[in-house]
Design a protein around this ligand. Structure first.
Ligand code: FES
Length: 195
């Protein structure tokens, strides 16, 4: 089924995983203007942050490897500062989609950023910054419901249909035991890129 099959079919074919989730509003806060310290809950992912569920999912606990099922819809995650325990969920730019694919099916770039097939993508659409909140299981595509852009995680988040101009940025990962930690900055600008 394609996005052109009609709205009802399109909606039926996808699964939404953001429903029921409290999505924090507001863009990344710039506190330098006031001289205040940056709010750690609004800071972008920092190296060493642990990936965790949102507060209303599984008690907001840290995500572990066994939470991920190959080929299943992504898990919504946020970075958490392991030192302070602060979940950086006050900026929706920090929404992360964590999924597990077939390592043999990943292209070169996706494979380079994956851990045994596990990849972390920005959950913010590169078209107009809506949440990429749906999953098309029959094609394993991440879907933005606002204007129908679809992204192929196995092809490092490449746009396969719709108006989004860029792939979803990837967040490099490392493993610490069963946990996933941030290994570096997103591979590109999260959300809309101004010309
Ligand atoms: S905001 Fe995602 S397709 Fe327009």
């Amino acid at each position: 089924m394609s996005a052109g099959d009609g709205t009802s079919g399109f909606c039926a074919a996808r699964r939404r995983w953001l429903e029921g989730t409290v999505v924090c509003a507001g863009l990344l806060h710039v506190s330098l203007a006031t001289g205040a310290s940056p709010d750690p809950a609004r800071q972008p992912p920092q190296k060493g942050d642990v990936l965790a569920f949102p507060p209303d999912r599984n008690g907001g606990r840290d995500i572990i490897a066994s939470d991920l099922v190959a080929g299943a819809e992504p898990l919504l995650a946020y970075p958490r500062d392991p030192a302070s325990g602060v979940l950086r969920a006050r900026s929706r730019l920090n929404q992360i989609l964590l999924l597990k694919g077939d390592p043999g099916a990943l292209d070169r770039i996706a494979a380079r950023h994956s851990l045994d097939g596990v990849l972390a993508f920005s959950g913010v659409c590169t078209h107009a910054a809506c949440g990429v909140s749906s999953w098309r299981p029959e094609t394993a595509r991440l879907v933005c419901p606002c204007h129908g852009s679809e992204f192929d995680p196995a092809a490092h988040g490449t746009v396969t249909t719709g108006p989004a101009p860029r792939p979803l940025p990837i967040l490099p990962l490392a493993r610490q035991g069963e946990h996933f930690v941030v290994a570096g900055a997103f591979t590109g600008k999260v959300g809309v890129k101004k010309p």
